[in-house]
Ligand binder design. Structure first.
Ligand code: KIV
Length: 277
């Protein structure tokens, strides 16, 4: 099997060949190695980190330093997958210069292959500037969690023809600005299919139906490690949380009972040497 790193050209070819692209989030070394070993083509170090790993109520408090720290762990565990670093809130909105500088940190300090940023047509100039600086950008439209308050909550976007047309325009503007991929979050399946058909770059859906060029899910949702809520679009493939609780409970019981560590977990010393201590 070809273990060379996945490239943008390969992802574009997958779209042309009608082969679906998989994307999963990862925030640490072990998760990245698992995803890489099973050849998931793209890994997103999402700012969902704030909610599923750091325990915040939203993605808003996530900092650039936190993102870089976690991206570094992920790229250390990745040799095959194309790694995207998610630009946190206010790391790209303040000025184009700041956006380029922060996007550059993902590449220079963390070894990411691409950055992702949220927003529609209004973000096209930022996307263009970052791409012109030599950094690939994945756009993110539809439900944009960093500005969920402005959208009046975590709601499906583009349900009526007018807002759907705006999303089609956003997707086209972002492609024209140089984005190499577009994540579409929580939009109707028919709208996602139309955008996918109209763009040359791959679309990656999350709550956007089956006709996108690829799919992304949050790792903690997929493996049952985040119990606060589960969005409708999530498919949970394994429920690890109860298994982890049970393992920790047994460990505590073994320690309390003195049955751990056993001789197989201990280092022996001869009686003769022990007598000299
Ligand atoms: O932060 C994230 O994990 C994301 C995905 C849900 C697309 O943006």
């Amino acid at each position: 099997m070809d273990r060379k790193k996945v490239t943008i050209a390969q992802l574009e070819k997958m779209k042309r060949d009608n082969r679906k692209i998989s994307m999963i989030t990862a925030y640490d070394y072990p998760t990245a190695t698992f995803a890489d070993q099973v050849e998931i083509e793209t890994i997103l170090v999402g700012d969902s980190l704030g909610m599923v790993v750091l325990g915040y109520d939203s993605t808003v408090p996530v900092t650039m330093d936190a993102m870089i720290h976690h991206c570094q762990a992920v790229t250390r565990g990745t040799e095959y997958a194309f790694v995207l670093g998610d630009m946190p809130f206010l790391s790209y909105q303040v000025s184009v210069e700041k956006a380029i500088e922060n996007a550059g940190r993902f590449v220079k300090e963390a070894g990411c292959d691409c950055v992702k940023l949220e927003g529609g047509s209004e973000m096209a100039p930022v996307v263009k500037a970052v791409v012109d600086a030599g950094i690939p950008v994945c756009a993110h439209i539809g439900l944009t969690p960093q500005t969920a308050t402005k959208l009046s909550g975590f709601k499906v976007q583009g349900k009526d023809a007018e807002s759907a047309k705006e999303l089609v325009k956003s997707a086209k503007d972002l492609e024209a600005a140089g984005a190499c991929m577009v994540v579409m979050e929580c939009i109707p399946d028919r709208l996602a299919a139309k955008i996918t058909e109209e763009l040359n770059i791959p679309t990656i859906g999350i709550g956007a139906g089956p006709d996108c060029d690829g799919q992304v899910l949050v790792y903690h949702d997929v493996v049952g490690l985040f119990e606060r809520f589960t969005p409708k679009f999530v498919k949970r493939y394994v429920n690890l949380a109860p298994q982890i609780r049970e393992a920790l409970k047994q460990y505590k019981e073994d320690v309390a009972a003195g049955t751990f560590p056993g001789p197989e977990h201990s280092f022996a010393m001869s009686e003769e040497e022990a007598a000299k201590i």
